[in-house]
Design a protein around this ligand. Structure first.
Ligand code: NAD
Length: 359
């Protein structure tokens, strides 16, 4: 073996039902006494118990998906005005993303409390948008110092959002099998991530259809999905973006598609395209699903979850396929397992747009 793997320094706390206590301990360990607590209006009720255990100097609610630069600048001004010494985010990837944007220019430490399966909390990647263009970058300052996972905060996540967000995490795992910097450690993390996500999401779907069995199974399913989402993000942060993420990034930016749902639709098509030339990924993914093939394992899970199927339903125009072609061809890494051609990408996008089963 010849590879170099970098492990990001971060404390990870799983504390079911105890986010408030867990976050208070992390903030105290940082020596912070003036916290800026970031949570959107929709996430406020989840953040209230966390806030009550902290020395909060200011709460900030203006959270917008993909972090517009103006939104980031207003949050930075609030942090400066209140002389905060730590940032605590309670919310989905958009909320974590805003805390990262503040950390990027201030160096303030972040304690993240995720309430979706997006995984941003475990990466050192930031994203900002301006004039419809999303810019991403890597900076160690944005990596949250600590993450506190409390499954009880996700039991109210609407089922469609839970499914899309969970499949977004699954996409982090799958792309980590062949992304440009993928190494054996990433693949091991991604394999365990796929197993945990499939088990957790299946548990969630079962609990949703059987209300008698709901509560306990629900929290266990959420917790296993969160664990999988964390592994997925760690693998992805190390391996980088592969074909799947490059396609979703182009489509999301051009047509303003919902982030997690776009991943859920595109993933089986990229998997089908790549596995014929990625036998090790095929073996690992199939083993993680406990299925005969990687594609069959993903198909069974998507069926169980009633996952979104078509880009058309997400609002992408049909002529968008032609418009997206060149940017996708330019973005897909050269070492993608299956050689990428214009005809192949067009066929893949046509199938994903129409909601056809992957070839
Ligand atoms: P999101 O954060 O926009 O949340 C979606 C909606 O769900 C919001 O309205 C939010 O208020 C609500 N919500 C969140 N948690 C909830 C809960 N527990 N119960 C009820 N409602 C809840 O969506 P997301 O998919 O979590 O994050 C997407 C964003 O994260 C994108 O901008 C994406 O680019 C970014 N992201 C970044 C990275 C990274 O490494 N930088 C990784 C993954 C995602």
């Amino acid at each position: 073996m010849r590879f170099t793997h970098e492990t990001l320094p971060q404390r990870v706390v799983f504390a079911r039902g105890e986010a408030a206590r867990g976050v208070a301990a992390e903030v105290e360990a940082l020596g912070a006494s003036r916290v800026m607590l970031i949570a959107s209006e929709r996430e406020a009720a989840l953040a209230d118990p966390v806030a009550s255990a902290l020395p909060v100097a200011v709460r900030h609610e203006e959270v917008v998906m993909h972090v517009p630069v103006a939104v980031a600048e207003r949050a930075r001004a609030v942090a400066a005005e209140h002389e905060v010494d730590a940032l605590v985010s309670v919310g989905g990837g958009s909320t974590t993303g805003l805390a990262k944007a503040v950390a990027l220019t201030t160096g303030l430490p972040v304690v993240a409390v995720p309430t979706t399966y997006a995984g941003s909390e475990a990466t050192d990647v930031w994203g900002l948008t301006e004039d419809g263009t999303k810019t991403t970058g890597v900076d160690r300052r944005v990596l949250p110092r600590s993450v506190v996972y409390d499954a009880s905060l996700l039991t109210g996540l609407p089922p469609d959002l839970a499914v899309a967000s969970g499949l977004n995490a699954m996409a982090h795992c799958v792309d980590s099998m062949w992304a440009p910097r993928a190494d054996p450690i990433d693949r091991a993390l991604a394999g365990e991530g796929i197993r945990a996500l499939a088990a957790g999401l299946t548990g969630l779907a079962a609990a949703a259809t059987d209300s008698d069995a709901a509560d306990a199974a629900d929290v266990s399913g959420v917790e296993e999905t969160l664990y999988g989402a964390y592994l997925a993000a760690v693998a992805f942060a190390s391996a980088g973006s592969g074909m799947h993420h490059k396609i979703c990034h182009v489509l999301g930016g051009m047509f303003d598609l919902p982030h997690a749902q776009t991943h859920a639709v595109v993933l089986p098509h990229v998997l089908a395209f790549n596995v014929p030339h990625a036998p090790e990924a095929e073996r690992r993914i199939a083993a993680a699903f406990g299925s005969a093939t990687a594609l069959a394992g993903l198909a069974v899970l998507r069926e169980r979850l009633d996952a979104p199927r078509s880009l058309r339903d997400l609002g992408m125009p049909h002529d968008g396929i032609g418009r997206a072609l060149d940017p996708v061809l330019a973005a897909v890494p050269d070492d993608n397992p299956t050689p990428v051609t214009a005809d192949a990408v067009t066929a893949l996008l046509e199938a994903a747009w129409a909601g056809e089963e992957p070839a």
